[in-house]
Design a protein around this ligand. Structure first.
Ligand code: FES
Ligand SMILES: [Fe+2]
Length: 383
């Protein structure tokens, strides 16, 4: 029977990967998504409600009202929290029930009720949530590439789709996209010829590649010798829990990675991407998206999707959850093999009661510097 590896792909609460991913913070929306209108979000297979109270605090709560179960999606956001439409119970961003207006005195037993809620924190233009055990909650990491800004640079967030275009919500398993990060060989094939050179010419050249495990994931070093003899050194990283640390494939300038992409598993068969990066112009992250046949992804006809496929087509083409039992690995898949092994090790650590890679409980270890970037050397000897 063709099968997939459930322990690596399924993200629901109580599953091995679901519990591993729940030990980290995940982006659940742009800062602007948390507003005075309740918004449905789906994260790791859980349906939740995101809002921002009148005091500016973002909240993420379970939709079913603790009273008699209608959805807080129809609730009204107020100064102190969200008020259920049915009998007016008011909950703050931490689920405390502040008012029960149908009961005398505002409900003398209201402090006995707690609406299920999750911790949220905002950074880099995104709202991050922690869905794991409260006593294991790590610090929300800071990333050097988003903290150390150059002159005129600022941080912008984007949620519009994959780098090479696609729908916002991609109907396949999150790991299919995350594995793509450590698969540099698909770049000259899929993005260098099939899609019609999506990136710059030096990216179309087949690189010499070294893969290695790091303390936070897997690193890919790609070397290409340019026509003038100089060596283009590109480092990309897949970092726990789902970070895509990929320098701009259009190589506007050399240097450390400009942005981070988070692969958010919506559920077992859907994911979406949140990106935050250093930019010098508003809208720069969205504008970097590739054009296929001179068009954006949503403008393509069915035939153009076939003739100019990109990441969306390649990854959804693997199926809702790819069948791992049917794969045939070659030497060029070493990055994927390392990433799966890395994930297996983290699953073991969590099962044994330990902390997985990259969770940090003090400010110093929560500050992360990546190796990723596009660099140029005069020669191989100068590397
Ligand atoms: S069901 Fe929400 S207040 Fe009654
Ligand atoms: Fe790709």
């Amino acid at each position: 029977m063709p099968t997939y590896r459930a322990e690596l792909t399924e993200v629901g609460a109580g599953t091995p990967m679901g519990e591993l991913l729940r030990r980290y913070w995940h982006p659940v929306g742009l800062a602007a998504d948390a507003g005075e209108r309740a918004r449905k979000v789906r994260v790791l297979g859980e349906d939740l409600i995101l809002f921002r109270d009148g005091q500016g605090r973002a909240g993420l709560v379970y939709p079913r009202c603790a009273h008699r179960g209608t959805s807080l999606y129809y609730g009204k956001v107020e100064e102190r929290g969200i008020r259920c439409c049915y009998h007016g119970w008011l909950y703050d961003v931490q689920g405390h029930c502040l008012e029960q207006p149908c009961d005398e005195g505002g409900g003398p037993r209201r402090d006995k009720v707690r609406q299920p809620w999750y911790a949220v924190e905002e950074r880099y233009g995104l709202v991050f949530a922690y869905l794991g055990p409260p006593r294991k909650k790590p610090l929300l990491p800071r990333y050097g590439c988003l903290e150390e800004l150059g002159p005129g640079e600022f941080i912008e967030a984007d949620d519009s789709s994959l780098g090479s275009g696609g729908a916002q919500v991609v109907p396949c398993n999150w790991l299919q996209h995350w594995e793509n990060v450590v698969d540099p060989f698909h770049v000259p094939i899929l993005h260098g010829s099939f899609s019609g050179a999506q990136f710059v010419a030096q990216m179309a050249q087949m690189p010499k590649v070294e893969f290695s495990a790091t303390e936070r994931g897997v690193k890919v070093l790609s070397l290409r010798t340019l026509a003038d003899g100089r060596v283009f050194r590109r480092v990309t990283e897949a970092v726990m829990p789902t970070l895509r640390v990929v320098p701009n494939p259009r190589i506007g300038s050399y240097g450390k990675v400009e942005s981070i992409g988070w692969v958010l598993p919506i559920d077992d068969t859907h994911y979406r991407i949140y990106v935050s990066g250093r930019v010098s112009e508003q809208g720069q992250l969205g504008n970097m998206r590739s054009k296929m046949n001179g068009k954006s992804w949503s403008e393509l006809t069915e035939e153009e999707h076939q003739r100019f496929p990109g990441d969306y087509e390649a990854q959804t083409g693997q199926g809702p959850i790819t069948l791992h039992s049917e794969e045939h690995f070659a030497a060029s898949d070493k990055g994927i093999a390392l990433l799966r092994r890395f994930l297996e090790q983290q699953l073991k650590k969590v099962a044994a009661g330990g902390d997985p890679a990259g969770v940090a409980f003090d400010e110093e270890s929560a500050y992360v510097q990546f190796e990723a970037g596009n660099f140029l050397a005069d020669s191989v000897a100068a590397l």
